[in-house]
Design a protein around this ligand. Structure first.
Ligand SMILES: [Zn+2]
Ligand SMILES: [Zn+2]
Length: 338
């Protein structure tokens, strides 16, 4: 894929470029810089004994809550409509995703829909291919896609890309409550740490692990989907962009790193469609569907996916392929020669 080095950053769909104010950029910079410093400090701090089972529970608990708020909520539900959910679930998912500190739901959805619309082309707010294809340009692009775009990229238009989210009373309110939810997300682990251990030390270590370390983990894993999963990894499916599958990120990203499939079938509730591809978000959506908390789930269609594989013989690796072939009474593609 070749691209001009000086790409236009605006898409025709954005009427007026709106840049963030200097104050907001500074706040974002603090949220980008401080949590990773905590991760660097985490190993000697843990070594020194300043980590207890409560802290481990807090970091894992808040990581799961907020990351799933992004993967199941902001991404698969609000951006792509992979399933339907009643109002209470909608609100819970919007609150949990907001607590990941990745911006208000309205802006998150607008940015991500714009990313899919222009996917590694002019107008994509965070393509790692923005500066070209030389090694130097890709290195610059990886940083830009990971986090550089927060500072320099004009805001994606909510009016154009997320009118449904902005028009939903509950979601609009939750979007406007974002600064408050940031504070709740930062304070809650410290409060819980203090209450559980009934000590000020518990407040301190709860904040360190449950807030700072957790935020760094959630952020960098999400951002890796935009950077790493558009450059490295495998591309078993034919997509019009550079999206890729990265296996080692599957568990920390709760299934989002099967990103090549996601760009091929964006509304599917499952991204890890090949056998052995762990997708915790899809697993949980399935459980929610079983108990009736979500409905109309858009599960991927094996025959449709098979037609998008670069190597047709890989169809046998798609979950449910054999059953789909039998149900549709079609002839399966030949199995690969062992
Ligand atoms: Zn992508
Ligand atoms: Zn998506």
């Amino acid at each position: 894929m070749t691209m001009a080095p000086e790409l236009q950053v605006l898409s025709p769909a954005d009427p007026e470029p709106v840049l963030l104010s200097g104050a907001l950029r500074t706040i974002i910079a603090l949220f980008v810089i401080i949590p990773p410093l905590a991760v660097v400090a985490a190993i000697p701090i843990a070594w020194g004994g300043f980590v207890g089972w409560t802290d481990i529970a807090l970091v894992l608990g808040f990581w799961a809550l907020t990351a799933l708020g992004i993967t199941i909520g902001f991404h698969r539900f609000f951006t792509h409509g992979s399933f339907k959910a009643p109002r209470a679930i909608k609100i819970l998912l919007a609150l949990a995703g907001s607590m990941a500190l990745e911006g208000p739901i309205t802006q998150w959805v607008a940015d991500h829909r714009k990313h899919h619309k222009f996917s590694d082309d002019i107008g994509d707010p965070h393509s790692p291919w923005r500066f070209g294809t030389s090694k130097r340009a890709i290195a610059k692009g990886l940083y830009f896609a990971h986090m550089g775009w927060f500072f320099d990229e004009p805001q994606s238009s909510i009016e154009t890309y997320a009118p449904d989210i902005a028009g939903d009373k509950d979601l609009n309110r939750i979007g406007r409550m974002f600064p408050l939810l940031v504070i709740v997300s930062m304070i809650l682990p410290a409060v819980l740490g203090g209450l559980i251990t009934w000590s000020w030390m518990g407040v301190l270590t709860g904040f360190f692990w449950g807030t700072l370390v957790r935020i760094a983990l959630v952020h960098h894993v999400t951002w890796s989907i935009n950077s790493i999963c558009h450059v490295f990894g495998t591309r078993p499916f034919t997509s019009r962009d550079q999206s890729s599958n990265v296996g080692w990120l599957a568990i920390p990203s709760f299934g989002e790193s099967w990103h090549n499939l996601h760009h091929v079938d964006p509304t599917a509730a499952r991204h890890g469609v090949l056998k052995g591809q762990i997708d915790i978000s899809a697993f949980l959506i399935r459980r929610l569907e079983t108990i009736g908390l979500v409905t109309d789930v858009r599960w991927p269609k094996p025959l449709r996916l098979a037609s998008k594989l670069k190597d047709p013989a890989m169809a046998h690796r798609i979950r449910g392929y054999a059953a789909a072939v039998a149900a549709a009474k079609v002839v399966p593609v030949p199995a690969p020669v062992a």
